[in-house]
Design a protein around this ligand. Structure first.
Ligand code: ATP
Ligand code: MG
Length: 346
């Protein structure tokens, strides 16, 4: 269990600046998800923490100690990669106890630790199997057990579940969260899956344009993205125009009093599921349904309004048809409002 501090860390590859003064901190025993577009530098951040990239600028502290002069092996950080990287010629048990063997831990302790982890990860009976005899989810669990065997201070998971099917993903999510809590390991998990990040994390860090733009609770990230760029990246939302003057926000859904002294046009965003679609209602934004997509959980309607087309989630108990005239209404408290010029939050 350790804390991690990133202070103004920058990293270039050739002429490309991948990280531009990245700062964030992870508390002891915390699980942080790192989300960001492909190529934004997520794996690079994990590799810097693990000491596999040593020429970055800025400081990285583990337990408040600068890692500058620490070797990779002294940092107590392990990465679990998406492709597992198990040793093919070793059994499950040998894979898991490998790190202990290298550290010259006694054979009996190696065995006990490997067996404890095998049981914790529900892999009993698979001790003598080789990686080629395992499914993807089983290999993933062995990779995690191997990382945990050496009792790392920091666990770095790089898209650990991306190649698993939805059901397996769900059970792995629960397993990781349980293990992480039980063992109290400070963890950073990179993921492309927003739902995964929202459900397992204590906090989520959003990496955009080479910087951590927001580090917040899952609810904070989803319900109050700090700027328009983050709101567009996180989750699916619809956008309409509005105007703010004298503290009054004018929206197609009504007016709202705010404490802002900004004067000017704003972008008003709301989550697809925050809207209600109604027929024959005088209130709300008028439009016509031009498309609909069934997702299993809900129906997403594309609604053409005077100014733009919105994708909005509909209640399953109403089935609107293409061509229907409807109105869209949103609870004013659920609006996310950003200045049109800077994208900053109101
Ligand atoms: N060793 C390297 N040499 C040159 N460029 C690199 C190297 N490693 C990474 N990059 C570049 O740095 C950028 C960030 O890479 P990184 O792997 O950290 O992204 P990522 O956020 O993990 O992306 P993904 O979600 O696709 O895994 C990319 O543009 C990548 O091409
Ligand atoms: Mg990556």
């Amino acid at each position: 269990m350790s804390s991690i501090k990133f202070i103004n860390v920058s990293k270039n590859f050739g002429n490309t600046k991948v990280l531009d003064r990245v700062s964030f901190d992870v508390s002891e025993g915390e699980l942080i998800s790192l989300v960001g577009p492909s190529g934004s530098g997520k794996t690079t951040i994990l590799r810097i923490i693990a000491g596999l990239i040593n020429d970055s600028e800025g400081s990285i502290l583990i337990d408040n100690v600068d890692t500058k002069s620490m070797k990779s092996s002294e940092r107590g950080a392990v990465i679990v990669y998406q492709d597992y990287a198990l040793f093919p010629h070793m059994t499950v048990e040998e894979n898991i106890s490998y790190g202990l063997k290298v550290r010259k831990v006694s054979k009996s302790i190696q065995k006990k630790k490997a067996m404890d982890l095998i049981s914790m990860l529900h892999m009993d009976g698979y001790e003598k199997r080789y990686p080629r005899e395992l499914s993807g989810g089983q290999k993933q669990r062995v990779a995690i057990a191997r990382a945990l065997a050496i009792e790392p201070k920091v666990l770095l998971l790089d898209e650990p579940f991306s190649s698993l099917d939805a059901n397996l993903r769900d059970s792995m999510k629960i397993l990781i969260k349980d293990l992480q809590r039980k063992l109290n390991i400070t963890t950073i998990m990179v993921t492309h899956d927003l739902e995964e990040a929202l459900t397992v994390s204590d906090r989520i860090a959003v990496l955009l344009e080479g910087q951590v733009k927001q580090l917040d609770s899952p609810q904070g990230i989803y319900e109050r993205p700090a700027n328009k760029m983050i709101a567009q990246f996180i989750g699916k939302s619809a956008k309409v125009d509005g105007f703010l003057e004298n503290g009054i926000l004018k929206t197609p859904f009504g007016e709202l009093k705010t404490s802002s002294d900004y004067f000017g046009p704003v972008d008003i965003m709301f989550r697809q599921e925050a809207a209600r679609i109604k027929k024959n209602d005088k209130k709300g934004l008028k439009g016509k349904i031009i498309d609909k997509t069934y997702t299993g959980k809900s129906m997403i309607y594309k609604i053409e309004t005077a100014s733009s087309a919105l994708d909005v989630e509909g209640n399953m108990s109403y089935d609107f048809q293409i061509g229907d005239s409807v109105s869209v209404d949103v609870d004013l408290k659920k609006l996310m409002v950003y200045r049109k010029d800077t994208g900053g939050i109101i």
